[in-house]
Design a protein around this ligand. Sequence first.
Ligand code: ACO
Length: 331
Amino acid sequence: MTSQTPSRRYARFVATGAYLPERVVTNEELGKLVDTSDEWINARTGIRRRHMAADGEMTSDLATRAAEQALNNAGLDIADIDLIMVATATPDNTFPATATKVQANLGMTHGAAFDLAAVCSGFVYGLHMADALIGSGKATRILLIGAETFSRILDWEDRTTCVLFGDGAGAVILEANDVADGDTSPQGILASEIRSDGRHYDLLYVDGGPSATQTVGLLRMKGKEVFKHAVRNLAQVGTAVLDQTGMTAQDIDIVLPHQANKRIIDATVDKLKINPDNVMLTVQDHGNTSAASVPLALHRAVEEGKVKSGDIALFEAMGGGFTWGAVLARW
Ligand code: ACO
C-alpha cells in the first residue's frame, strides 16, 4: 500500500491588474470647488490627487480593464477562471451584481459571479472568502476585483468628505496551491480575519438606498470618530493574523494597507511595531478608492518589484459598517 502525503490547499496569488480613469483631479483643482487647499488635504491625509471616471464610465468598465490586465499578466484566459467576485460599494445598478456585467464583458459564460459589499474592507473580505472557497475545493481559480466610482456618491459641497475619495479598480487572480505537509514555506494565504460592528453604521454611511429612500444618496462621515476606530481595529486584526501563524511584526516584508489616509496607516503601523519602510503607500496618487485601494497598492508593489516570491505580506482594511479585516500571505 502506498502512503499518501497529506496536503493542504492554499489560495496562491498568480497576478495583479489595475485601472485608474484618465482624468486626474489635483488638490488645487478641488480648491476651486470648495474652501480647501493642497496644504490642508496633504497634511491631514497625504492625498495629492485622485482619478475620476468619465461621464458614462461605470464601475464595471473600470473592473473589466483591471481584470483584463490581471489575466494578461497571468498568461491566462477567462476560460481558466471559475468564479468572479467584485468588491464594491458603488455598483452600476442596485441589481444585478456588477460582477455579472464584468463576467459578460470578459466573455465568460461558465462559472459564477457575484458582488461583495463590505465597503473599504471589501477586497480584504474577498481574500478571506477566496481562501475559504479555494481551501474547501469549491473553487480553483478566482478573479477578485475591487472597483469603485466613489465620485458618484460624494457631496461636492462638503469639503470634509469630497477631498478624500477617488475612482479606480484593482484585480488579482488566486489559484489552488496544494502543499504537502511538512512544507514550511507554502505560498498563498496563511491567515485571515474579518470583523464587523454594526453599532457604528451611522459614522460612515450613504444617506440613501433603494429600501430606505428610493434614492442613491451621498456619503456622510464623522471623520474623527472613524479615525479613532480605524487605528484600534486595524491593529487588533493585524495582531490576530500574526498570532494565527506564530509570526511577529519583524517577519513582515511588506504591508499593503487600505489607502484611506496616511495618518491612519502611520499610526497603525506604529502600533503594530512594523518597520515603516516596509509599507506600500499609494494614497497620494489616488485618494481613498475604497475596495479598490488595496489591490491598487498591491499592483504597484508588484510592478515596482517591492513584493517578491516568498515575501510575507500583510493586507489590512477598515470601512463603513464598521467592517475591518486583515490577511497574512506568502507571495
Ligand atoms: N479643507 C480645509 N479645511 C477643512 C477641510 C478641508 N477639506 N475639511 C475640514 N476642514 C476644517 C474643519 O471644518 C475644521 O475647521 P474648524 O476647526 O474651523 O471647525 C478643521 O478643518 C479641522 O477639522 P477636523 O474634522 O477636526 O479635522 P481632522 O484633523 O479630524 O481631519 C479628516 C479630518 C482628515 C477627515 C480625519 O478626521 C480623518 O482622516 N478621518 C478618517 C476618515 C477616513 O479616512 N475615512 C475614510 C473611510 S474609512 C476608512 O477608510 C478607514
